[in-house]
Design a protein. Sequence first.
Length: 495
Amino acid sequence: MADPKGFMTTPREEYPRRPVEERVRDWNEVYVPGALLPIISRQADRCMDCGIPFCHDACPLGNLIPEWNDLVSREDWRAASDRLHATNNFPEFTGRLCPAPCEAGCVLAINQPAVTIKNVEVAIADRAWEDGFTPPRPPDRLSGRTVAVIGSGPAGLAAAQQLTRAGHTVAVYERADRIGGLLRYGIPAFKMEKRHLDRRLEQMRAEGTKFRTSTAVGRDLGAAELRARYDAVVLAVGATAWRELDVPGRELAGIYQAMEYLPLADRVCEGDLEVSPLSAAGKHVVIVGGGDTGADCLGTAVREGAASVTQLDIYAQPEAERDEDVEPWPTYPKIYRLSAAHEEARDLETAPAADADARLFAASTLRFTGDAQGHVRSLHLVEVDERRRPVPGSGRTLPADLVLLALGFSGPDRRDGLIDQLGLALDARGTITRGIDFATNVPKVYVAGDAARGQSLIVWAIAEGRAVAASVDRALAGTSQLPTPIGPYDRPMTA
């Protein structure tokens, strides 16, 4: 703790964003390049000598937050990088994409703005790459054991890197043409430029991890054949089976799932396409769903030049401050948050009829109507109360040439045949069941990430990848030095 009074003398100051009018004209990250380093040491000084750092428990990775805050306040970047990477394989991802439950658990957040933990994290990660503190770490010797990891999202990549460093020969199988899962095709570039992903993948290749793209296990390669080929198989296929909206007019053209829309914009940024075939340019866009995926659609549609964009959230507008009776500290509260995409929509007035920024709260879709050619033209909605019952006389109609459904995901996608070919047991939610050691009902097959946990945060995915790697390493080698940050049944703190 470099400054024992830092939390009293220094106000919270966050990573400044570029002007809205500037950033919506490109796909670069929204933050001002280089603006974080001049303020970050002072922000790290705000970390208290709190005795019991609840930020540890709020983060499933168990990040050593007070330790690297202290090191950053002293500008010891190498040591800070070592402490950060001791618990997190990919801090440059989490520092950009995680909603920071650690900040909700910060002791300072009891009655003041929390320490900017997320900003400190990304500053350390970026500085580590710039100063060469993240060289490849290949194993000293190989174990002679082989592991297949199916899926290359954050859980799969974390498991692969841990197991490779433990000395096992690891191959990652990905059905898309590039590695990264939703980090590649799903997360917009304005939230995380893909160069961060590519740089980490090069490190993993140098360590010895093998990557097999354009290979859907179960379709292009039999699941039983792959299982017979390896000593262990880790399933990290995510929860990509999207939820549907069963209302009249759903069959009309122009209504798509968010994950049909977002990957195409990422492909434009990758140079695969000149223009997305689902581009929002010149269209009235309505996004059904109030979560992060909906916000990603919002920012993407704004950059594509939509005529208007409105986001529907079935929940009532949250309060600006935590309700201590309902969601007491240190739980992660549901409060009104203004993401970069919502800030853009608010300033550009993309949805004049919205309650706040581009969002209509407590709004439920009733039906879609279209034109003579069968293309959607209108979305009919109604306001609902806290029990989601329609409020009489509250119906309204929005123009809609493009509708994007961002309603979340119910479990792993079964269309490739992987689950059925292996005979994996599923629970009532449709996710893959597992035991205390992350093992499925099929010998040699383990599961981690959203495929078993259900839709969750990137920090939980990385923590699961690290934990399943320890279980696999123990099964193959008899013992393991790899950390197990969480168990398969751990859940976030709730009231």
